[in-house]
Design a protein around this ligand. Structure first.
Ligand SMILES: CC(=O)N[C@H](C=O)[C@@H](O)[C@H](O)[C@H](O)COP(=O)(O)O
Length: 499
């Protein structure tokens, strides 16, 4: 759906049905939709920055580009967090372009500060997204509270059903934004699938018992109830870096306490390396894990159920092998090209554990012996952009490359060449049937084709077969659940894997 034609189609359909305005993400999509409709457009740019949690229109240059692209209102994060540009600077720049401003707030305090800085509209967009567990319901109370400050309150966030939109309007909203429920078919389908999955949970005919699956990453921890490849329930909490593994595990225990009688086993996918139930950091900068932390013991003691632990990319490799892009093959390599590079290997139906698959850490002869991920990943792309004088993240570099900026295209192409080189080496080492590519960089538009273009001169026998990952952010939890589970298809695997 991430394509200008689809976005324009959604926009037209929404207007045909009586929507009065549109909220559109990215400069390109604002341009495309502006060319097709006359309705007011609220424009935003989303970025994932390494040095700030602010995602929505963080830079003044983004706000200006949105205004130039045809947005009538430019929205931006107005939370009180570390940020590249102040709310005041953003308001000033947008007004200088003759456009209106919308402050995406998480609290009444945010709204108060934003109004003092001169914004035209305040939105409830970020309520529930600045830490802690993400709520399910919209924040109607915040709409009502903001209405005491200004009539120009835009209700936004988790409004999925007409009756919720009615509650928002009754609470005094000037306008109501409905996002995912209209445009994110994959989410809407997921809601139905989840509900139906619940009904089929532990169904005798599917043969799948639910497994509690946990994915502990450098910034977020996801816990889910998984049946086969079906994510029945899901919750995401922040990983408090400094708190340590005991605290991370207790948080998950408390957060999932309501599911306690719905699963018998636990799968855990983690960043770093797992060996015989212990967990250690390979790169303490990602997450400071004490050496050989007894992860499986600690989880089993606290939860009172058997657990199995595996590296997150190895788990994702297994997930893709069992249910995703690698079903039906016997040898698979999974490579996630994201902030860093991770990987996993499945050979003849068995996942390789321990250090296997940490391809990003392989050292390259040609680049001063530095690890591949340091010259290829999202971090490298952003640092190269900075050296070219552009303080933007990897997604921004891809946007610029698509817009025909040569320096950006050059960085993307160097990254893709190195990733392709890595895949050629992997092919010679392991001769997989497929190399499944995942991650924000690996799945960015055009990247896979760029990688493939470097195999043209190879004989077909030597050229790796690259395919796009299919399970997305759920690959790790699905893989870990399957390895831990007692499903008919997975019988005996967890035992083999830990042996
Ligand atoms: C928190 C955040 O990044 N919100 C974003 C802001 O633009 C979007 O991802 C949401 O889809 C939008 O706010 C509409 O909300 P919902 O999709 O829940 O109707």
């Amino acid at each position: 759906m991430d394509h200008a034609d689809f976005v324009t189609g959604f926009a037209k359909a929404a207007l045909d049905a009586g929507a009065r305005a549109l909220r559109i993400e990215s400069v390109d999509y604002v341009k495309a939709v502006r060319a097709a409709v006359t309705a007011p457009i609220v424009g935003i740019v989303k970025r994932d920055l390494s040095d700030s949690p602010v995602r929505i229109t963080p830079f003044v240059s983004d706000a200006e580009a949105l205004a130039d692209a045809g947005a009538d209102i430019v929205a931006f994060d107005a939370t009180d967090r570390a940020r590249p540009a102040s709310v005041k600077e953003l308001v000033h720049a947008i007004k200088a372009k003759g456009k209106l401003t919308m402050a995406d707030c998480s609290s009444l305090e945010d709204a108060r500060r934003a109004l003092a800085a001169g914004v035209d509209f305040v939105g409830t967009t970020l309520s529930g997204y600045v830490g802690g567990q993400e709520p399910v319901e919209p924040d109607i109370e915040l709409i009502a509270a903001m209405r005491q400050l200004t009539p120009f309150v835009i209700a936004e966030g988790r409004i999925r059903f007409p009756d919720q939109a009615v509650s928002a309007a009754k609470a005094g909203a000037f306008a109501v934004v409905v996002g995912s429920a209209i445009t994110r078919t994959e989410h809407v389908t997921g809601w139905f699938r989840e509900a139906i999955g619940n009904a089929y949970q532990s169904h005798p005919e599917t043969g799948h018992d639910a497994v509690l699956s946990i994915d502990i990453g450098g910034t977020k921890t996801m816990a889910a109830l998984v049946c086969g490849d079906n994510v029945v329930e899901e919750v995401v909490v922040a990983t408090e870096r400094g708190a340590g593994p005991d605290a991370w595990i207790s948080t998950i225990f408390e957060t999932t306490s309501g599911w306690a009688d719905r699963y018998q086993r636990i799968g855990i996918a983690v960043t770093g390396v797992t060996e015989a139930g212990t967990w250690s950091a390979l790169n303490p900068a990602t997450l400071p894990i004490p050496d050989r932390y007894r992860l499986v013991d600690c989880v089993e003691t606290l939860f009172g159920k058997p657990a199995f632990a595996i590296n997150d990319a190895q788990a994702a490799a297994w997930g893709e092998y069992r249910f995703g892009a690698g079903t039906g093959v016997s040898r698979l390599v999974f490579l996630t090209i994201s902030t860093g590079i991770g990987g996993g290997v499945v050979i003849d139906g068995k996942p390789l554990l321990g250090l296997a698959g940490h391809f990003g850490l392989i050292r390259s002869q040609s680049e001063g012996q530095s690890p591949f991920e340091d010259q290829t990943s999202g971090r490298w792309i952003a640092s190269e952009a900075a050296q070219n004088g552009h303080q933007i993240d990897a997604v921004g570099v891809f946007d610029r490359a698509r817009n025909g900026e040569g320096w950006a295209a050059e960085i993307v192409s160097r990254s893709a060449l190195r990733a392709a080189t890595l895949c050629r080496d992997i092919q010679l080492m392991l001769d997989p049937d497929v190399i499944v590519i995942g991650g924000g960089i690996g799945l960015a538009e055009g990247y896979l084709d760029l990688m493939r273009s470097h195999f043209k001169e190879l004989s077909p026998r030597l050229a790796p077969r690259l395919v796009a990952a299919r399970l997305g952010r759920h690959a790790g939890i699905i893989g870990a659940a399957d390895l831990a589970g007692e499903s008919r298809a997975g019988e005996g695997r967890a035992e083999k894997a830990t042996a």
